[in-house]
Design a protein around this ligand. Structure first.
Ligand code: GAP
Length: 457
């Protein structure tokens, strides 16, 4: 069932232009994807919803767009050069590579009674061919490249594996230029790269992905309280955009498994078709990063409270979300198949129907305009409405096929409102607005249409 659901989502994403395999005409590139016209619109809307809630609607958070390429010393200071590794094993027979921790975890779940007992990698065989596995070795996940024409040690550069470090190294710049007082945050969205050993599950784990991270700088001692605040914010943001509460849960990382920089980490998880998986991580990074960068750069990265004169290195609470993972979550959560269709009025409606129940503020198309025929005067009225609405929202225009088919095409891509321009529109200067989720139809005066949509989105 779960495999079928993922296959259906991947196929819908391809068929309707959300997501394509990268470089497909050359056979693709493993686990790398391109976002098509509807995919990029959905992605932009999710990013914008996050930015609006995190930056635009708040006085205490500012934005940043730092470069992907950074001085290699950044990664030395942050600990990524030494410690950003995953345990890797190879199969001696089929040469496939696996993450040892994933194999160990999966074995503990499948071998009765083994969960409590430690399992060693030597007990496990290759899940693909049953072959013997090598010993574990640590594999650094950073992509390495060279800057400039000479390829030597001094020109080595890395594609950033997280956006967070760009924020830490700009901490002083932002304190000086924005005049923000602690507590305050810096947010940025952008690409990150990790040479994952086992990418997979469509866009859940890829080697090139986008993160939306925010570092919230607080006075030490107030960090536990702020941690609770941001943890709850994560849940509220997703449920506020329509994701079902019962498909979300928090996972508290056990103390012994915390990252080297973390005092506490809680993940917001979603129940994906293959099981619960991390969606949004909230970490208390303490003063680790600022202290490391202060030490390695020789710069003073402490903060001075102007009212009390106190000087300290702030603690950091970090809610870090993957944009591609958020998009997959919205796609899965919105997806519904109705066997036999929702309407019973026509024969064609007895078919299976697919509806994407996106929240109106992230739907790639907000309104579709459907004139009953392609000729004047309906076309003229429809195009005038389009000209008004597309200044504020993403509008689709479809004048082909039966109205039932056109509704279903829009349902399948998650368009929340369809406007039908019919022959009565010529005389009553009104149109019919059909709501995706209820299929209710309402007659609305043409000059009230923009207000109607604005009230819903
Ligand atoms: N700065 C902290 C940090 O990067 P992380 O848990 O490694 O923490 C944060 O990443 C989020 O980025 C994850 O919760 C996930 O949503 C997303 N993410 C991480 N690795 C990813 C990958 N390979 N593909 C897609 N998304 C990924």
């Amino acid at each position: 069932m779960s495999e079928k659901l993922m296959d259906d989502i991947v196929s819908l994403a391809k068929r309707r232009g959300f997501i394509f395999p990268s470089s497909e005409i050359y056979g693709g590139l493993g686990s790398v994807y391109d976002y098509g016209p509807l995919g990029v619109a959905l992605k932009n809307n999710i990013r914008r919803a996050w930015w609006t809630a995190i930056v635009q609607q708040r006085d205490d958070i500012v934005g940043l767009d730092s470069a992907i390429l950074m001085n290699s010393k950044v990664w030395e200071a942050s600990g990524h050069l030494k410690g950003f590794t995953d345990p890797l094993v190879d199969c001696k027979s089929c040469k496939r590579r696996f993450r040892a921790d994933h194999l160990l975890e999966a074995s503990a779940m499948t071998m009765p009674g083994m969960k409590e007992k430690p399992i060693e990698i030597s007990h496990i065989r290759c899940p693909e061919c049953g072959g013997e596995l090598t010993d574990i070795r640590q594999f650094n996940l950073m992509f390495k490249t060279h800057m400039g024409p000479v390829e030597d040690e001094s020109s080595v550069a890395y594609l950033r594996p997280e956006t967070a470090q760009g924020i830490f190294v700009n901490f002083s710049n932002i304190v000086q230029t924005s005049r923000k007082k602690i507590p305050f945050g810096i947010a940025q969205a952008g690409k990150s790269f990790r040479n994952e050993i086992t990418p997979g599950n469509f866009i859940f784990r890829t080697r090139e992905f986008e993160q939306m991270e925010m570092e919230f700088f607080v006075k030490p001692g107030t960090d536990d309280e702020w941690f609770e605040y941001w943890k709850n914010f994560m849940m509220d943001w997703f449920t506020g955009l329509g994701v079902r509460r019962e498909k979300l849960r928090f996972y508290e990382h056990p103390k012994e498994k915390l990252s080297h920089y973390s005092k506490r980490t809680v993940d917001l998880e979603y129940e994906f078709p293959w099981g619960w998986g991390e969606l949004w991580g909230c970490a208390n990074r303490t003063d680790f990063d600022l202290k490391q960068h202060a030490q390695h750069s020789g710069q003073d990265l402490s903060y001075r409270d102007e009212t009390t004169g106190e000087k300290y290195v702030p603690y950091v609470i970090e809610p870090a979300l993957g944009l591609d993972r958020a998009l997959l979550t919205f796609l899965l959560d919105a997806y519904e198949v109705i066997e036999g269709g929702r309407t019973t009025t026509t024969e064609s409606n007895k078919e299976q129907e697919t509806v994407l129940r996106f929240h109106p503020s992230i739907a790639p198309v907000t309104v579709a305009i459907l004139p009953l025929n392609k000729k004047e005067p309906l076309m003229k009225i429809a195009q005038e409405i389009r000209g008004v609405l597309n200044k504020r929202w993403a509008v689709a225009y479809d004048d082909t096929g039966s109205i039932g088919r056109r509704y279903r095409r829009q349902d399948e891509i998650g368009t929340p409102y369809c406007i039908t321009v019919d022959f009565d529109s010529i005389n009553d200067h009104a149109v019919t607005i059909r709501v995706r989720d209820t299929m209710k139809q309402e007659r609305v005066a043409i000059d009230q249409v923009a207000g109607f949509i604005a009230g819903k989105v």
